[in-house]
Design a protein around this ligand. Structure first.
Ligand SMILES: Nc1ncnc2c1ncn2[C@@H]1O[C@H](COP(=O)(O)OP(=O)(O)OP(=O)(O)O)[C@@H](O)[C@H]1O
Ligand SMILES: [Mg+2]
Length: 258
């Protein structure tokens, strides 16, 4: 059984009397433990799709089933790493990381221990007492990710989490994310505009058409794990997947620009 089923989902927005169809007939099944990436032109409805999955928005048609139950309102078993880090500027790094456990009433000692462990795993040790403005963009993104991992959601949605970072930092964070994922085996849906990143991380890459967003192609990535994110793009297998996806994506990007 799939962990998440998106069944015939449609979403339209009404903006000052004008109708914008963001998503049309989106069908997608996601297995437990799977790492799925989504690519598609700007404005094709990727963020809208994540907002529907987590229950922040309601669809205009179709349904989304998570763990056997239809999504109806915000689902707390789904973690959401948004594109912009939402760290609280008045809390230190460690206080930001442990916030979800604090809200759940976990004791201070226990939540500290869990936060420290994650901070260590993503190389932020020594920065526990720094405030967000005293951290680099890459450090803030790491904090943003582990503050979601700490409450152990079954499904994690990530909306271009490495978008604003430089190429080198992105690769380092991709490597860290794959290592975290290989030990936790959580299910991840990860949006990116970078085709190389999409293939590097994924079990399956989902490609969306320009608006109204539909699923245009789904490509299985059978490259063995653990993967070397620094070299993976040099392999023949990688190139074949890249070429297939780019052939499908190219006309969509042109349409979106027109
Ligand atoms: N709250 C909203 N109200 C009205 N229209 C919206 C709203 N959110 C998104 N839209 C519209 O829906 C469409 C899809 O937007 P969405 O943010 O989902 O795209 P996206 O694929 O995430 O784009 P990007 O890659 O630029 O982040 C766009 O045309 C956008 O203008
Ligand atoms: Mg978006």
């Amino acid at each position: 059984m799939s962990l998440l089923s998106i069944e015939g989902v449609r979403k339209e927005y009404q903006v000052r009397g004008k109708r914008v169809v963001a998503l049309e007939s989106v069908d997608l099944d996601i297995r437990e433990g799977e790492f799925v990436t989504i690519v598609g032109p700007s404005g094709c409805g990727k963020s809208t799709l994540l907002n529907l999955i987590v229950g922040l928005l309601r669809s205009s048609g179709g349904r989304i089933v998570f763990n056997g139950a239809a999504i109806d309102g915000i689902c707390t078993q789904i973690g959401y790493v948004t594109q912009k880090d939402n760290l609280f500027p008045w809390r230190t790094l460690i206080e930001n990381v442990e916030i979800a456990l604090e809200i759940r009433g976990i004791s201070r000692m226990s939540r500290r221990r869990q936060a420290e462990e994650l901070i260590e795993r993503v190389g932020l040790r020594g920065f526990e007492d720094h405030y967000p403005h005293e951290l680099s963009g890459g450090m803030r993104q790491r904090a943003n990710i582990i503050r979601t991992l700490i409450y152990d959601p079954e499904l994690i949605l990530m909306d271009e989490p490495f978008g604003p970072l430089d190429a080198q930092t992105r690769i380092v964070l991709q490597d860290e994310l794959l290592k975290l994922w290989s030990t936790t085996k959580k299910t991840i849906i990860f949006i990116t505009h970078d085709l190389i990143e999409a293939i590097t991380l994924a079990d399956r890459v989902v490609l969306m058409s320009s608006r109204p967003g539909r699923i245009k192609a789904v490509e299985q990535v059978n490259i063995a794990r653990p993967r070397d994110v620094f070299k993976i793009h040099q392999s023949e297998q990688f190139r074949a997947v890249y070429e297939n996806l780019w052939r499908e994506l190219r006309p969509e990007v042109k349409l979106a620009e027109a």
